[in-house]
Every structure is written in C-alpha cells, then in structure tokens.
Design a protein around this ligand. Structure first.
Ligand SMILES: [Zn+2]
Length: 56
C-alpha cells in the first residue's frame, strides 16, 4: 500500500505509539515511536495523506 511505503521511507522502523481521531478528516491519526529508541518520531493520517516528522 502506497501510504505505508511512504511511512517506511519517512520514519523507518517504527511502532505505533497511540492513535487519535484526526481533527481534519475523522480517520485515524497515528503517532509513531522509533523501534529502537522508543522516542515519538512523528504522526500521520492516511485519510488526509498527512505525514509530519517531529524535530528534536
Ligand atoms: Zn486526517
């Protein structure tokens, strides 16, 4: 699936940290943590094709 390939490229290995309802489209907005460091690395919504990587 295209969106998951996008997430693989953008975040790399990751776990789902938590899921909330997207305030824009009402679909699942998913927060991801890095598989190794367990730091929250970003969020994405496949309903809006929205991906954001947190900087720090
Ligand atoms: Zn959305």
């Amino acid at each position: 699936m295209y969106f998951n390939s996008l997430l693989d490229a953008f975040f790399g290995p990751r776990n789902i940290f938590h899921v909330i309802e997207c305030s824009v489209c009402g679909f699942d907005e998913i927060y991801y943590e890095d598989k190794e460091t367990k730091k929250v690395i970003g969020k994405a919504c496949s309903g809006c094709n929205f991906v954001q990587r947190f900087e720090n």
